[in-house]
Design a protein around this ligand. Structure first.
Ligand code: MMA
Ligand code: CA
Length: 241
């Protein structure tokens, strides 16, 4: 055999060896690729599960926050009322109201005029540092009746659960003065409540414009001298935003 033939054979053997090495490498790479792909799909499944968990935790948190802030508002309401009762029992007069507000028992009332939907009346009251009126007795109803002249929005609505009316002060309906056959949730649905000129209540479309609305706020106590420096602990009651 010639010199060059031997060289060629040697080269061929070397090439075969390289070839098998390459194909081994290729197999290993293929395996690794498979591993990476399966890890990848596992990771993306985990990610999906984590995202679901996150959404659940977030909505749970929101619900808990809502419940807690509802309870807090009710407690603040109770504290404010107890505080007033305590002051009255110590001889204080709790009958001071802002200008243009009328005093009755422990509250002040504002009889708003001008076309408003229920939600606009609600904002008008909160702009005046009050809220739409909550009515809890025949005496309060009689007082209000004496001062209204048109259909007026009051602070009662069943926006969240149909038929479950809640006052703006957070309490359910105890005393009531519905017109006969009301609330009837007529037509496209009626979730807001008005007081008719007769004084009787009717559920009505929240989007309708009424020309009158009634706000309330707690009256301020003019404490007698020794009480002047005392004040209730905790935040003062805020009106619903
Ligand atoms: C009627 C009665 C009410 C209802 C209004 C809607 C005039 O009263 O059905 O219940 O709210 O109509 O216009
Ligand atoms: Ca109605």
């Amino acid at each position: 055999m010639s010199q060059s033939m031997q060289e060629l054979q040697a080269e061929q053997t070397q090439m075969k060896a390289q070839d098998s090495e390459l194909s081994q490498n290729l197999n290993r790479l293929q395996e690794e690729l498979n591993n990476v792909e399966s890890q990848n799909s596992e990771l993306s499944q985990n990610l999906n599960r984590l995202q679901e968990d996150l959404i659940n935790v977030k909505s749970q948190g929101l619900n808990e926050k809502r419940t807690a802030s509802d309870s807090l508002e009710k407690l603040q309401e109770e504290v404010a009322k107890l505080w007033i009762e305590m002051l009255i029992s110590k001889g204080a007069a709790c009958s001071t109201c802002p200008k243009n507000w009328l005093h009755f028992q422990q509250k002040c009332y504002y009889f708003g005029k001008g076309p408003k939907q229920w939600i606009q009346a609600r904002f008008a009251c909160s702009d005046l540092e009050g809220r739409l009126v909550s009515i809890h007795s025949q005496e309060e109803q009689d007082f209000l009746m004496k001062h209204i002249s048109k259909d007026s929005w009051i602070g009662l609505r069943d926006l969240n659960v149909e038929g479950q009316f809640i006052w703006m002060d957070g309490s359910p309906v105890g005393y009531s003065n519905w017109s006969p056959g009301e609330p009837n949730n007529a037509e496209q649905g009626e979730d807001c409540v008005l007081m008719r000129e007769s004084g009787q209540w009717n559920d009505y479309s929240c989007r309708s414009f009424l020309y009158a609305w009634v706000c309330e706020q707690l009256a301020t106590c003019e404490a007698s001298a020794p009480l002047a420096s005392v004040s209730p602990t905790g935040p003062t009651p805020s009106n619903e935003p």
